[in-house]
Design a protein around this ligand. Structure first.
Ligand SMILES: C[S@@+](CC[C@H](N)C(=O)[O-])C[C@H]1O[C@@H](n2cnc3c(N)ncnc32)[C@H](O)[C@@H]1O
Length: 308
């Protein structure tokens, strides 16, 4: 399903990995505008359950109204890291399939007022959940220079982090940084023209990851999800940058290992049991045709695993 708000990425591939039978309970942690959920529902029988959540209130409201007729579909406005709480509320003890399509939707990126992109002017914020305490505006106006460097370097992998952080600290003494354009002007003023787009993307990505605590939330979600998978159930994750993909890859890999004892132990004492079989030796990426039709799919990586 393509809609004006968001075109779902790797749709057929995601569903082919995710759905192992046409019944049971499924979980979509990143409902967005329902692109993947809509297709999951099409493949499930009338007695199944799809539980989905989105932390963004606009996405939640849109999908809640759009899918209100389908009694198999339960929609939440929770963080996906609360999958265990949602399962409890729905009296689900385990899921046949758990899915997440990480990051932000095209609606969040394209909506000029949402402040998720340096491409349009809006209040600098970057929180997906507006109830969270710290916004990007708070970070750039009040954090110490060393903390800004750390955020830009760790979460944006930006080589010019020191210079950008220094410039931010200089400029905020003259005037509070309030808008996306205020920040992008500062970044642009210390970045050669040919690197500008990349650097702006990296700094905005770094701030977004920080204010939403995206990497820790992802780890929590993956660990809880594996606990909640039915034997033979599938977990499918779409990620859009290397920091996320590495977390998915490492956690999946750890769950395939049968011993974590130190190498010099003569016999295994850890009792670790492998819980996953990896279904995608290498991550699945979109075809050239998909990238041509939807340029935002270009960085997507799909990893899937099965509970054993
Ligand atoms: C790429 S979009 C998903 C699009 C969806 N698959 C579709 O086809 O319409 C990612 C969505 O996940 C939401 N999101 C990101 N992190 C989240 C989290 N920790 N918990 C719940 N939702 C989250 C965002 O608000 C956004 O709407």
């Amino acid at each position: 399903m393509t809609n004006d708000h968001h075109t779902p990425v790797l749709l057929t591939e995601s569903l082919d990995f995710l759905i192992s039978g046409n019944s049971g309970a499924y979980f979509d942690g990143t409902l967005g505008f329902g692109g993947h959920s809509f297709e999951i529902l099409k493949r499930l029988n009338p007695n199944s359950l799809l539980v989905a959540t989105d932390i963004d209130i606009d996405a939640f409201n849109f999908s809640k109204q759009k899918f209100s007729d389908d009694k198999r579909f339960k929609i939440y406005n929770f963080n996906f890291s609360q999958i265990d709480l949602i399962a409890k509320i729905e009296s689900v003890t385990s899921f046949e399939g758990i899915f997440a399509d990480l990051g932000v939707s095209s609606f969040q990126l394209d909506n000029p007022g949402s402040g998720f992109t340096y491409r349009s002017n809006a209040k600098l914020d970057l929180r997906m959940d507006k109830k969270k305490a710290i916004s990007a505006q708070d970070v750039v106006n009040s954090f110490a220079e060393e903390d800004l460097i750390k955020i830009f370097f760790e979460f944006g992998e930006e080589r010019n982090s020191k210079l950008i952080a220094r410039k931010i600290c200089e400029r905020r003494k003259e005037k509070r940084i309030e808008s996306t354009i205020d920040l992008s002007d500062i970044i642009s003023s210390v970045t050669p023209y040919k690197f500008r787009v990349k650097t702006l993307s990296k700094i905005f990505q770094a701030l977004r990851i920080y204010v939403n605590d995206e990497l820790e939330v992802l780890k929590t979600f993956l660990i809880k999800s594996i606990d909640l998978l039915t034997f033979g159930g599938r977990i499918v994750i779409l990620s859009y940058h290397s920091l996320e993909d590495r977390i998915v890859k490492d956690i999946f890999k750890y769950e395939t290992i049968d011993c974590i004892c130190p190498k010099d132990f003569p016999i295994c004492k850890c009792g670790k049991v492998p819980r996953l079989k990896i279904l995608t030796k290498k991550p699945i990426t979109p075809s050239d045709v998909e990238i041509k039709l939807n340029s935002r799919s270009r960085s997507a990586k799909l990893r899937a695993a099965e509970r054993i």
